[in-house]
Write a protein that binds this ligand. Structure first.
Ligand code: C5P
Ligand code: MG
Length: 159
């Protein structure tokens, strides 16, 4: 019988001037970016937490504490590669990943394909196994008022 696991991930970072806006490993040209100890890639962080969640292996901060100077400015490739390695070690295969980035602006839809392709590359998946969606927050709340950005992710594993 096929065993199936689902994992959920969420992340939130503050918007800050003079920081890069990196989503799914792709730098989006913008006059502001996301603040954080690492590269603040909310999408890769949410996906990493979703993978860890499916494995019931804690969360990203447990594996990569933000008090540890070795992760300062770290590329989030490193985090998701670690989680993907744990998936493989456990004998699991990723069926698909789905995600949503919630950011009031800039428009992200032109970056959907490069972001999907990069996530597919990082996780060893086909493009049609990787979904990336974008939403504004309708100008309401901290995301809508341009103070922060959020990402949500869900993954399904099987073996
Ligand atoms: O949030 P809302 O439903 O108004 O978003 C409409 C569409 O705009 C979304 O489906 C998405 O494709 C796109 N969008 C975008 N970049 C954002 C937010 C939304 O490209 N930052
Ligand atoms: Mg994060």
């Amino acid at each position: 019988m096929t065993a199936i696991r689902t994992g959920l991930g969420w992340d939130n970072h503050r918007i800050a001037d003079g920081r890069p806006l990196i989503l799914g490993g792709i730098t989006v040209p913008c006059e502001f970016g996301l603040d954080g100890h690492s590269d603040a890639d909310i999408l890769l962080h949410a996906l990493t937490d979703a993978l860890l969640g499916a494995l019931a292996l804690g969360d990203i901060g447990m594996h990569f504490p933000d008090t540890d100077p070795q992760w300062k400015g770290a590329s989030s490739d490193r985090f998701i590669a670690h989680a993907a390695g744990l998936v493989k070690e456990g004998g699991w295969t990723i069926a698909n990943v789905d995600s949503t980035v919630i950011l009031q602006r800039p428009k992200l839809k032109d970056f959907r394909e490069p972001i999907r392709a990069n996530i597919a590359r990082l996780l060893g998946l086909e493009l049609d196994q990787v979904s990336v969606k974008f939403k504004t927050a309708e100008k309401v709340g901290p995301v809508g008022e341009g103070q922060s950005a959020e990402a949500q992710a869900v993954v399904t594993l099987f073996q």
